[in-house]
Every structure is written in C-alpha cells, then in structure tokens.
Design a protein around this ligand. Structure first.
Ligand code: HSE
Length: 290
C-alpha cells in the first residue's frame, strides 16, 4: 500500500496573530508512505534525520495508533522545496504529512478536524498546521485537549507574498525562548486591535488597513534582535507604498512582504530598495495556496 501526500509551506502569526493566524503558500514538500515487511526506511532527507526520531515518522506512528492502522514497518520518502528552519513551516509539513499518510492508508484522509487536533497536539500550536491542512488563510482557537476550531478567511484580493529568506536559520525553540512571560495590557490591546483590523481588512479587501493591521508587539520586537538587519528591513518595507504590509514569518528568520498581484515590478523594486540589507538572501514570490 502506497500513498503520496503534498503539503504546502506556511507562514504563521501574520504579525499580531501569534499562535493564531497563518496562511499556506505555493511551495511544497511531498512525502510518500509505503507499508513494508522490512526495516524502517527514510530517504530524501539529511542523514541525521533518517532514523526513528524522524518527525514525519513520529507523527505517522502516533496517527497510525489513533486510527487503528496495523503495519509492520513503513518506507517514507521526502522531496523538499520548503526551506528548513526558516519560519516557513517545514516541521509542520512533516507532522501533517505523517498524520495524513496514516489516515489515508485507512481511507480516512478527509477527517480533517481529527487530523488538525492531532497535528496541533504534536506541534504545540495550530497556526502552521491549520493552513497546511485547510489551505488559504486561517485563524484558530485551541481549547482543552487540543480541540481546535479553525476558520478559513475569504481573502478578497489577489495578493503575492514576497518571502525574504535569509541564508541563516533560527529554530522555533530559540525564537520562543526570548519572548517575555508577561505582556503589558496596552501591548495586549494593541495586538488584539491590529489582528482585528488585519482580519477585517483581508476579508473586506481594505488594503489600507493592512500596514497597521500587520503590526505586532508580542514577538517581533524580541525576535527581531536575533535577525540580522530585521529592523532596517522592516523600516524600508514600511516606506514602500506598494508593500501592503510586512511581518516576520512564523518564528523567523524569513520576513514576508505582501503586495498586490498586479504589482508585477514589486519584487525587483523591493530587492533594489533593500540592496545590501538582504545580500545573500533568497527572494521568492509566492501565491496563496488554496
Ligand atoms: N506561532 C509559532 C511561533 C510559529 O511564532 O513560535 C512557529 O512556527
């Protein structure tokens, strides 16, 4: 038995929506799962991940138990496009693929709510796994026992996402470790208001609300200090009238800038404006995966 699972890259937080909001983009990791009588085989990933601790395998194993899939062993092959540890949800692709792989082998891949709950339990937050499972732009609420409610937003306009991907990595663990345990009420109110404005602007196509809507006080001020040139890059993007909004993608270090689809010169313009600030960085123009 053999199944193939293709999972999109995701960009989480969307500025103020820390651990809540996320979106899927057109960059993919593809996984195949084949049940076997032989040993565990994991191919297509760096040698140090080709073992029992492999995240895709761990997710597959947990899902197989939950869904009652009986098997001796599995061969997992991975083909990756999503850059690793860059804030584009590469870990979520592994988690979602492992779970969907096991569910698909039981012909239950359409049980998305169960898949989402388990994926959130493994990842610890829903903002990457939810858009990876449902596509588009999502907001999620997690209740007790990883009971997740996710809503896909109707995105009114056709946007492009310019991903500024640095050559260096930043682990989510490190990026979470610098966050304060407590926030001031004024910062909490600011973030709630920005998130509400951002979501309402996306739904209504109110592009003028996005620059303010994507602003954040929960995590970017702290994580920005771990990322070379983060603050000058954000300042420069703020001044570009074609950039509708910009934010740190997930835990970083990738920075995401939103432009309109018809702004065909946007990428060249942004690269010119940022110049040496993004020397050696990869720039990808992505679409929303729906
Ligand atoms: N919401 C998570 C964080 C996303 O910002 O830590 C990590 O991918």
């Amino acid at each position: 038995m053999y199944v193939k699972v293709k999972v999109p890259a995701t960009s989480a937080n969307l500025g103020p929506g820390f651990d809540v909001a996320g979106l899927a983009v057109t960059l993919y990791n593809t996984f195949t799962f084949e049940l076997t009588d032989g040993p565990l085989e994991i191919t297509g990933c760096p040698e140090q991940f080709a073992n029992e601790d492999n995240l895709t395998y761990q997710a597959f194993k947990k899902a197989a138990k939950q869904v009652g899939l009986e098997y001796h062993n599995v061969k997992i092959h991975t083909k990756t496009e999503v850059p690793f540890t860059r804030g584009l949800g590469s870990s979520s692709t592994c988690i979602v693929a492992g779970i969907v792989g096991a569910y698909a082998l039981m012909d239950r891949a359409d049980e998305r709510k169960e898949i989402l709950n388990l994926a959130t339990e493994i990842e610890g937050h829903p903002d990457n796994v939810a858009p990876a499972i449902f596509g588009g732009m999502t907001v999620s609420v997690v209740e007790a026992d990883y009971n997740v409610t996710t809503l896909s937003l109707p995105v009114k306009h056709d946007y492009r996402f310019v991903a500024l991907i640095p050559p260096f990595t930043l682990s989510t663990e490190k990026a979470r470790s610098v966050l304060p345990e407590q926030l001031e009420r004024k910062d909490a109110i600011a973030n709630v208001s920005h998130l509400a404005l951002m979501v309402a602007s996306i739904i209504n196509g109110y592009d003028h609300g996005l620059k303010l809507g994507f602003k954040d006080r929960f995590h970017q001020p702290y994580r920005g200090q771990l990322i070379n040139n983060f603050f000058p890059i954000m300042e420069c993007l703020e001044k570009d009238e074609g950039v509708l909004g910009a934010y740190l993608s997930g835990a970083g270090p990738t920075i995401m800038a939103l432009i309109k689809a018809e702004d065909t010169k946007g990428v060249v313009r942004i690269k010119d404006e940022l110049g040496d600030l993004i020397k050696g960085w990869r720039v990808e123009k992505l679409e929303l995966d729906t």
